[in-house]
Design a protein around this ligand. Structure first.
Ligand code: GDP
Ligand code: ZN
Length: 408
């Protein structure tokens, strides 16, 4: 078991070796740079030049406080003197970099994890899929999360067969859809990594729109750095065709993109397709709102329902086993995750809630009390604004309900 210090030097050496390699390697042409979205099409040889250090400032996403903790650790570790011969101390690192530089069979390839199950994961390598184990030296603790790899992770794989490999490295995550770990409540478990946006699906009727749930997802999206998009489905069930748009005005006013669709009459599907294009989207919403119907309408052949069935099989096991990344033919992925319900509000305090209600926060400065909760105090400018119709009643009521559920 490597100590923290050994790990630090191992990492240091790897970075140095990689830097050296980059100096020696011919610079890839500017246009040939592997951008995230087109890596599937990129030449695999190009991918070998890829290194996370080359990326423009990309912040590694970690749970709250983890960044600070590691910075402190690194600072204390960095002042330690170097071992006299650190080359001998970690022969693996040198060997690994030579594997990467030689164009040998064991070379590393970049891929994206599309499924994780019981210590194995399926990695999309662009031209094929590989079933991979995870290098045992990769520790979840290094990421601050309880799981090492998650669906959506970009990884470096050493391929040891046409369809098999080992995940050697997980590249820094741009975002992470996380929830508190079931067994270690103070730690986060990544449900899916590198998700760009959250598609919040609700239906006009059957079941009716539930604003509080929409708001919970909006808060979750913001806290997880995902762009929220609201999709109101089953608009064919609206007696007044203008009613859905009217009801969603508080959200459009806030600048949230809202789509109105019907999987049945195929209204709004082009807009939905456009929104999903080239992005990794996670779907959220009550069951029965039409998520599967919508997805199979925009992407024939894509069937979320199969995943639903296996969710049930795993019920109570609290695993992320059945989270799957579905590729879209137009580019992009859809993450279908059973764990989405729990994501959102964990650790949020009552006093922080108003931050996620921009229209309420805008009025709050005029309340009589500086620490007004806008629920029961006299002289509350928010309540006045609600009465005067400047803040939507629907949003205010959901604020109150969520406020009640949070810890003081
Ligand atoms: P999911 O649980 O969110 O995946 O929802 P489903 O796609 O399974 O849909 C639930 C039910 O709603 C099914 O009976 C669908 O046929 C129906 N449904 C889905 N989309 C629409 C729609 O746009 N209009 C109407 N009227 N029914 C729909
Ligand atoms: Zn107030």
């Amino acid at each position: 078991m490597a100590t923290r210090e050994e790990k630090f030097w191992q990492r240091y050496k790897e970075e140095k070796a990689a830097q050296q390699m980059r100096k020696q390697a011919p610079k890839p042409p500017k246009t040939g740079r592997v951008r995230r979205k087109d890596w599937l099409l990129a030449d695999v040889a190009d991918l070998d030049l890829y290194d996370e250090l080359d990326l423009p400032e990309r912040e590694r996403v970690m749970p709250r406080g983890e960044q600070e903790r590691r910075r402190a650790n690194l600072a204390t570790t960095a002042v330690q003197p170097a071992p006299a011969d650190h080359r001998a101390a970690t022969p693996g690192a040198a060997a690994e970099s030579s594997i990467e530089s030689e164009n040998s069979v064991g070379k590393r390839q970049r891929g994206i994890v599309v499924e994780v199950s019981a210590g194995l994961c399926r990695v999309n390598l662009g031209e094929r899929m590989a079933l991979c184990t995870v290098r045992s030296t990769l520790k979840a603790a290094d990421t601050g999360y309880t799981n090492v790899v998650a669906v959506g992770d970009e990884v470096m794989v050493s391929v040891n067969g046409a369809k098999q490999g080992i995940v050697e490295k997980v590249l820094p995550r741009r975002s992470a859809l996380a929830r508190p770990d079931v067994f270690y409540g103070h730690l986060q478990q990544v449900i899916a990594a590198n998700v760009d946006q959250l598609l919040i699906v609700a239906s006009w009727r059957e079941p009716a729109i539930w604003p509080e749930l929409i708001d919970r997802y909006l808060i979750g999206a913001e806290r997880n750095r995902l762009t929220p998009i609201i999709c109101i489905n089953k608009i064919d069930l609206a007696d007044d065709p203008r009613a859905p748009e009217k009801k969603l005005t508080p959200y459009t006013t806030l600048g949230v993109r809202v789509l109105f669709t019907s999987a049945q009459t195929r209204v709004g599907l082009d807009a939905l397709r456009e929104v999903l294009h080239g992005k990794t989207s996670a779907l959220a919403g009550l069951s029965g709102v039409g998520k599967s119907s919508l997805l199979s309408a925009v992407e024939p052949g894509l069937n979320l329902r199969t995943a639903d069935v296996s969710d049930r099989r795993h019920e109570g096991r609290h695993t992320t086993a059945q989270v799957t990344l579905h590729p879209l033919s137009t580019g992009g992925f859809v993450v279908d995750t059973p764990g989405i319900r729990e994501f959102g509000l964990s650790g949020l305090r009552q006093s922080e809630l108003v931050r996620f209600y921009a229209e309420i926060a805008a009025q709050a400065t005029r309340c009589r009390f500086a620490d007004c909760s806008h629920t029961r105090e006299p002289g509350c400018a928010v309540k006045l604004a609600v009465r005067q119709g400047r803040i939507s009643e629907m949003r205010y009521q959901s604020y109150r309900k969520i406020y009640r559920d949070l810890e003081a």
